[in-house]
Design a protein around this ligand. Sequence first.
Ligand SMILES: [Zn+2]
Length: 223
Amino acid sequence: MVPAVDVASFDRVTALAREHGDVRYALGIHPLYVETLADDDLEILEARLGQGGAIAVGEIGLDFFVADHDAPLQERVFRAQLKLARRFDLPVILHVRRAVDAILKQLRNIEVPGGIAHAFNGSRQQADMFIAMGFKLGFGGAMSYEGSRRIRALAAGLPLDSIVLETDAPDMPPAWADGRRNEPANIRRYAEILGELRGIEWHEVAAATTRNAESVLPGLDRV
Ligand SMILES: [Zn+2]
């Protein structure tokens, strides 16, 4: 599952899916890219979603972590994209950083057909609210660091049917990356880590997280 981050990346993710039969893509404008947004970018997104092909709207969301972020602009672009997801009946892939409550508030106002809160890093209570709204929570590289106590405790304690695995490659390198680029192949080791945290075999994790991903992204098995 490969999400776009801005209009310039739409063609790249589309081409990847065309070249590789097992790649699916999402189209959306990432909150860290809203400041370079052109006037007609949301119209381009709407037209591209209307063509079919994308199985989700993403990566979209709010990022209040970076300094000097423009919160009102991020929220305007996020709301517009939630409306597109609702209109095209597509799940969303959410980027949520220091903005869990603000995102939950928008999701209550604009109902979408669920999706994934990727690289989840909130409280158990916030996780439960996402789950109640039809979302799965994404776990990946952060789980591989012994010091990530909260994330590891969440990954161990949440219902297994609420979890999906992700790499966020090339970002969020795992503990063993050692300066090398993060890549999707690491997903297998994340299944092993989650299995260790939960006391089950990695292939049980893999079966469950695959099932979870397919349930929340129905287009995944579309050929
Ligand atoms: Zn993200």
